[in-house]
Structures are given as C-alpha cells and as structure tokens.
Design a protein around this ligand. Structure first.
Ligand SMILES: Cc1cc2nc3c(=O)[nH]c(=O)nc-3n(C[C@H](O)[C@H](O)[C@H](O)COP(=O)(O)OP(=O)(O)OC[C@H]3O[C@@H](n4cnc5c(N)ncnc54)[C@H](O)[C@@H]3O)c2cc1C
Length: 447
C-alpha cells in the first residue's frame, strides 16, 4: 500500500470512516466491510496474542492489507471482550458491562481471521512458537503480542485472596465484574460517605481515565447522595492528562465534592478500617478504589521480553518489533509488541492501540512481501472524557516516527507547531461526539 493510501486509511479510521459491519451491544453500527484480497504478494503465518483493542485491530488489518495468503490466528483467553473505554460510565449508571461487550465473530466471518480461545503461557522467540495452557503449540513466521497489562497487588492487600480483593476493593481498571462491583458499592453509599480512589504513578493505562472516574462518580453522588465526597489520591505530582479540563472540573464543576491530593504515594491500604496510608496523609472511605501500579503481563516476563525499567517492553515504533534499546536484553526477531505493554512514546490508550496495530499490520505485510516498512509512520490519539453524565471534554495529539530514538514523538508541522489540543471547555456537543467516536472506533476494531 502506498504511503499516501496508508495515511488516508489512518485518517479515515481516526474519523471513524473505516467503520465496518455491525458491532454489538449498545453500539451497533453498519457500514463497509473491506474485502480481503486473494494475493498481495505477502504470505506467512501470523499469530496474534490477545484480542483487545490492539490485537483485534492488527488481526483484521493483516487480512485486509496482507490478503488471504497471510494466515492470521488470533489467540484470546476470554470468551468475550469488555471495553474499558466508556466503562467509567457504568459507574454512574449510564452504561452497562453487557452493553460494552464485544466478540470476534465478525473478524472471523468478514475477514477470515482464525480465532482460538486459550491462554498463551509460553513464547519461544527462538523456535518461533507459542504454547497454550493445555499444551497446544502454534508456530509462526511473525508474532504479535497484545495482551494488555497486569497489576501489582496494592500494598497492604496481599493477605486477601484475589476474590476478596476483586469484590471488596475492586480497581475496575480492567472492565468487567469489578466494574459492576464498584458501581454497586457506589450505589450503597449514603450522603455522609466518602469515595477514596488512588491513581498510580505514570505510565499507566489511560492517562485521563482516573480523573474522568473521579468526575463521573462526584457527579452521580452530587445528584443522588448530596453531601458525599470523593478523595483523589494521586501518586503523581499533578494531573497527568487534560490538566485544563480536570483542574476546572475539580475546582469549579465539582467544587466541594472532589478533594484532589497530588504526590500521595501510597504506603499501604488497611483493609480492616478501609483506610489508605499515603505520603500526604491517611484517608478513610466507605468505598476504597485503589488503582494499582501496572506492568506488562507475565507471559512477556517469562519470555525475557520485558526490558524497560523491569515493567514494559521496548519496541521500534516503525514496525513495533521488539527492540533492545541498549538494555542488553537482545532483540527478539519477528516478535512485535503492541498496545499497553509496549514503550513507544505514545500514551497507553485504546485509540492509540488501534493506530499502533495498523502501523504494525502494514509493516508486517510489507516485510512478508520482502519489502521495507514505511520509514515515517504517523499516528494520532483522540480521547474524550466525560465530566458529568451529559458533558465531556477531549484531547487530541499527533505523533510522528523519530528515527534517532525509534519512538514516536509529537508531530511537528513546518511552522514548528505541535498540535496537541485540549477542548476549550467541556460541553454537551463533546459528549455527543464522544459517543460517535466510540461507536466508530469499536466498529473499526471488531467489525
Ligand atoms: C476505565 C478506563 C477507561 C478508558 N478509557 C479510554 C478512552 O476513553 N480512550 C482510550 O483510547 N483508551 C481508554 N482506556 C484505555 C484502553 O482501554 C487500553 O489502553 C486498551 O484497551 C489497550 O488495548 P490492548 O489491546 O493493549 O489491551 P486490552 O484491550 O486489555 O486487550 C488485551 C487482551 O489480551 C487478552 N490476553 C491477555 N493475556 C493473554 C494471554 N496470555 N493469552 C491470550 N489472551 C490474553 C485479554 O483477555 C484481553 O482481551 C481506558 C481504560 C480504562 C481502564
């Protein structure tokens, strides 16, 4: 695919124009299903681990751009995917977990992606094969690893079983049963109760997400439990994303309801008295929502692929192939890592994961044809943040490949400007646009 066409495809996706087929749950859309060409000159077996925002997109576009001779096997542990995006709106009753649930049927029927349900427990980058929990092995020419993130156990909660942690202290940073559990806890609050949440040190999944959560919970409490409060214990020195929007929301829109505490490095949580001990003081709440620090999943550690700060995986953002970057880990050839576990200069977010997946699919297609990858990929990030049940803010940024760092850097125009833009104010129109953006992003990923 010519570079111009590719950029057009990226732009189309960003605007939601690549929506295809019908999606699921609350967000059904219909549209164009791209054909899978019989032969593009590319051929090979590609195994994709994980069918989330990154993995589902790369599987689809490998077929659309690579053609029928690129055999794509998508290995996903779960029976269905619950979107994290929009899951904060479960916490004010606007959406449901069921309505945010997607599956991979369209990827199979529309594009011929072979779907296998199973958990990958081992990756052998030398022998070029992966192994499932049951022992089944899948050889590959190219491997794409997209398993999302794992969580540290919050200090102080180690003594509790996973089941108790998930139900009593749900972080709900992977949407699903924990999200519903947290919503039930919020609904059980009274007007004199406090909701205490923690924000982990960056980098973490979805930079604006925790601030957005504080806003929607505060908004619901204001309307339904007047007098109840939200305490935000941020381990970072300040708001990490959309500072203008969230500073305004915390000090004006939700003034008197939200207490924001930066530099609140968590020492531990005392489960028995529902109290969080931090460098900035101790805070108790009827609901404690501790969002733990995050890292690459175990399967990447076991394969020796975690080489950035003992938590993440360096990739070369031209192709998303694993990259040593001076860490001494060596380079795993033909192993590409996309989405949240990878370090590439872009935020850990679903829209960006969709973009990374397209750059990766294009690069693999070209490599399987014996060509060089596009040497100057461009991506964008769009993020909408609900501030109340009816108004939202947004942030958008563009990135371009920097050959000297092999990462994506802020896009710079000839005029030297850097188009990272935050909405001037939160409003209803943004909220409507947010719903359209989400529908089209999910259709582009799953249909
Ligand atoms: C509350 C919240 C709100 C958010 N809001 C936004 C937003 O507004 N905009 C935005 O862009 N992003 C948002 N995000 C971030 C976004 O959800 C993630 O960045 C995105 O999902 C990352 O995609 P991924 O493919 O890397 O991981 P995931 O989407 O988590 O997918 C990983 C998949 O891999 C599977 N898997 C894991 N391990 C294995 C294994 N060993 N074998 C087989 N399968 C495996 C998992 O089951 C999962 O389906 C939000 C996140 C949260 C928590």
């Amino acid at each position: 695919m010519e570079r111009r066409e590719f950029l057009r495809a990226l732009g189309a996706s960003a605007l939601g124009l690549a929506a295809a087929g019908s999606a699921f749950g609350e967000d059904s859309v219909s549209g164009y299903v791209a054909p899978v060409p019989a032969d593009t000159g590319a051929s090979g077996d590609v195994v994709v681990i994980g069918g989330g925002m990154a993995g589902a997109t790369v599987a689809k576009y490998l077929r659309v751009w690579g053609g029928a001779k690129v055999k794509v096997t998508l290995i996903e542990r779960d029976a269905a995917y619950v979107s994290n995006i929009m899951s904060n709106l479960v916490l004010n009753g606007s959406r449901t977990v069921t309505g945010l649930t997607y599956n991979w049927d369209r990827l199979a029927s529309n594009y011929g992606v072979k779907r296998v349900q199973g958990e990958v427990v081992a990756i052998d980058p030398v022998a070029h094969r992966v192994t499932l929990a049951g022992g089944t092995q899948f050889p590959y020419h190219k491997l794409v690893i997209a398993p999302g993130i794992d969580f540290d156990v919050m200090p102080g909660l180690e003594g509790l079983t996973q089941g108790v942690r998930d139900t009593q202290f749900p972080h709900a940073w992977k949407a699903g049963a924990q999200t519903t559990a947290l919503w039930n806890q919020i609904r059980a609050m009274t007007s004199s109760d406090t909701f205490v949440m923690t924000i982990p040190l960056a980098p973490y999944r979805c930079p604006p997400g925790p601030y957005e959560r504080a806003c929607v919970v505060a908004d619901w409490l204001k309307r339904n439990r007047r007098g109840a409060r939200v305490v935000v214990l941020d381990e970072n020195p300040g708001i990490t994303a959309e500072p203008h929007a969230f500073d305004y929301a915390f000090t004006k829109t939700h003034a008197g309801v939200i207490e924001y505490v930066p530099n609140a490095i968590v020492d531990h949580v005392d489960a028995s008295i529902r109290t969080v001990y931090t460098a900035m003081g101790n805070y108790s709440g009827r609901v404690v929502n501790p969002i733990p620090r995050q890292r690459a999943p175990k399967v990447l550690y076991d394969a020796g692929l975690v080489n950035d700060g003992g938590r993440w995986t360096f990739v070369d953002a031209m192709t998303y192939e694993h990259w040593d970057n001076g860490s001494g880990s060596g380079q795993a050839r033909d192993v590409h890592v996309i989405g949240d576990p990878a370090t590439h200069g872009q935020p850990k977010a679903g829209h960006v994961a969709n973009q990374e997946a397209k750059v990766c699919a294009d690069a693999i297609t070209r490599l399987l044809r014996g060509e060089s990858p596009d040497s100057a990929p461009v991506t964008n990030s769009a993020c909408y943040s609900p501030i109340t049940f009816e108004i939202a803010s947004w942030l958008t940024a563009m990135f371009q490949y920097n050959p000297s760092t092999r990462r994506m850097s802020a896009f710079t125009t000839r005029a030297g400007t850097n188009p990272v833009v935050e909405a001037p104010s939160a409003n209803k129109d943004n909220f409507e646009q947010m719903n359209k953006w989400f529908r089209q992003l999910m259709a582009d990923t799953y249909a």
